[in-house]
Design a protein around this ligand. Structure first.
Ligand code: HEC
Ligand code: HEC
Ligand code: HEC
Ligand code: HEC
Ligand code: HEC
Ligand code: HEC
Ligand code: HEC
Ligand code: HEC
Length: 309
């Protein structure tokens, strides 16, 4: 028994490779000696036809293995390119629903999440294969298969740089932001497909501009640098606006325009108001008696008054 075991296993590899080499070179007989000696091979006595038969087997097996490998590689890439594939991820449900409602509902996931060109496709393929199989074994889970799109993906379709918003009110020099400042489209257009902004639109929000860069230090926060048509409302232009604006707060929603900077009102209230003139330390008594002290507390904490009272 041990002898029989050893012989074929020694034989098989040289014979298999020898056979293949011979075959490729178009030769015939030389491989026979190995096969003919082999008592374990049932076809040994048939000589030449047995080799051809065997070679055909090898070729068949190689072809099948190759096809299986190709299938195993193509299947995940093909599957992960289908939007419906992502329905199996519970964690993506919200994103999928929003995408189906968005202006880009007809753009498949690959439109934005696969970079253009062969390189982009291969990078995606390299990620999709492990992601697909790990998902088969460990069940649906969010993987890093799809990443925040690069601007190259958006620019497959959007080839020009806008200066002004479609509505005409906003100056938005795209070239400066995208090419000079190298800000990715998805930074500003983060609500484009998978979510809505606070107002319920897919548009960029003013708060993104303000919180990211336009804070008055890194970049301007002056309204008319971005808005061409949004001037100060008429009531603001009255001479005594600073005196009357407090009462307006009761009827007008100031936050509609001012809430982008939570400190907008406070910043100004930290400054001494025009009422505080002369010897205000004692002068405030008269004003406080005439107008009440409720307004004072808009800028002052009660503790402040209690310092002296
Ligand atoms: C028109 C472009 C576009 C299409 C089409 C699109 N997405 Fe997105 N996707 C984005 C943008 C922009 C972001 C980044 C903002 C965000 O997180 O929502 C993103 C983010 C994601 C993320 C999070 C990536 C991360 O690393 O944070 C996932 C997951 C995702 N998309 C899945 C999908 C799926 C699934 C589809 C197809 C059903 C799809 N997307 C179609 C633009 C797109
Ligand atoms: C496969 C092509 C394609 C890709 C990729 C694509 N878009 Fe679009 N996009 C369109 C089409 C088509 C429209 C609709 C145009 C229209 O209605 O005028 C559109 C509309 C838009 C709009 C205006 C509509 C709205 O919802 O306000 C914005 C903004 C936009 N795309 C940004 C992007 C960004 C950012 C990316 C990359 C994350 C991107 N697009 C990727 C084709 C594409
Ligand atoms: C600095 C922020 C910012 C960046 C970066 C940016 N955008 Fe925009 N984009 C905006 C704003 C703001 C608007 C105007 C939205 C509106 O009309 O209210 C806009 C409008 C658009 C529109 C027109 C929308 C419409 O209603 O017609 C398209 C298309 C668009 N952007 C595509 C892109 C693409 C593609 C990129 C990347 C190459 C990009 N944007 C990068 C801020 C940005
Ligand atoms: C850095 C640019 C930028 C600055 C500075 C800026 N905004 Fe905006 N603003 C935007 C963007 C972007 C939007 C969202 C676009 C949209 O909704 O069409 C917006 C939206 C708005 C809206 C709501 C949308 C509408 O049309 O009703 C109001 C109101 C507004 N801004 C007022 C102001 C006021 C007041 C200031 C100054 C105190 C200001 N903005 C400063 C960029 C800016
Ligand atoms: C339609 C948008 C809008 C609304 C609503 C609004 N404001 Fe304003 N407000 C502005 C703009 C624009 C400016 C100019 C700010 C700038 O240039 O930085 C401004 C400036 C101000 C200033 C400073 C004025 C100055 O002389 O420096 C005060 C105070 C003010 N607003 C108070 C209020 C109060 C209080 C309310 C609510 C009753 C309110 N605003 C509602 C748009 C608005
Ligand atoms: C340009 C500076 C400035 C800005 C900006 C400003 N305020 Fe004022 N605010 C004042 C001054 C000055 C007073 C005192 C007015 C007076 O009594 O003469 C005041 C007082 C007030 C008072 C009550 C004080 C009283 O005596 O009754 C309220 C309420 C108020 N502001 C609301 C707001 C709100 C809300 C905002 C933001 C939307 C705002 N203010 C922005 C300067 C400002
Ligand atoms: C718009 C905001 C604002 C309002 C409204 C306001 N104050 Fe002031 N007040 C200030 C600021 C800012 C100071 C300076 C605080 C400091 O120096 O620490 C100040 C200082 C004072 C002082 C200290 C005296 C001084 O001269 O430094 C007194 C007292 C005072 N306020 C009383 C009042 C009274 C009473 C009212 C209501 C009738 C009032 N304030 C309304 C902002 C305001
Ligand atoms: C720096 C100390 C000081 C602070 C802080 C201060 N007060 Fe006074 N306050 C006085 C003095 C002193 C008088 C008395 C003036 C007089 O008799 O002529 C006075 C008088 C008053 C009076 C009149 C009292 C009466 O019966 O005649 C009122 C009302 C008043 N203060 C309200 C306030 C309020 C509200 C605050 C906080 C916003 C405040 N004060 C903060 C020193 C202060």
């Amino acid at each position: 028994m041990p002898e029989r075991d050893a012989t074929p296993s020694e034989d098989v590899s040289p014979q298999a490779s020898g056979g293949a080499a011979v075959d490729a070179a178009g030769g015939e007989a030389p491989a026979v000696d190995g096969a003919a000696d082999d008592a374990a091979a049932p076809d040994a006595a048939d000589g030449e036809p047995a080799v051809a038969h065997k070679n055909r087997h090898v070729r068949l097996i190689v072809t099948i293995v190759a096809l299986v490998v190709v299938f195993l590689l193509v299947l995940p890439v093909f599957s992960t390119l289908q939007p419906a594939y992502y329905d199996r991820y519970p964690s993506l449900r919200g994103r999928m629903a929003a995408w189906r409602q968005s202006t880009h509902a007809l753009v498949p996931c690959s439109g934005c999440h696969v970079d253009p060109g062969v390189g982009g496709f291969l990078t995606f393929a390299a990620r999709s294969i492990p992601a697909f199989y790990s998902q088969l074994f460990f069940g649906p889970q969010t993987t890093n298969l799809l990443q925040v799109p690069d601007r190259k993906a958006c620019q497959k379709c959007h080839t020009s740089y806008r200066q002004v918003s479609a509505g005409g009110d906003l100056l938005i020099p795209h070239r400066a932001h995208v090419e000079v400042l190298k800000i990715n489209c998805a930074v500003c257009h983060k609500n484009l497909v998978h979510s809505l902004n606070a107002q319920g639109f897919n548009k960029p929000e003013m708060s993104t501009c303000m919180n990211t860069c336009h804070n008055g230090v890194t970049a301007t926060n002056q309204c008319n640098k971005c808005h061409t048509q949004k001037a100060m409302p008429a009531n603001h232009l009255q001479k005594n606006w600073l005196q009357i604006h407090p009462t307006m707060t009761k009827t007008i929603d100031c936050g509609q325009c001012h809430a982008w900077a939570p400190d907008y009102c406070r910043q100004c209230h930290l400054k001494r108001p025009p009422t505080h003139v002369g010897n205000w330390k004692t002068g405030h008594a008269a004003v406080a008696k005439a107008e009440g002290t409720k307004g004072c507390l808009f800028c002052h904490g009660e503790a402040f008054c209690k310092n002296c009272h």
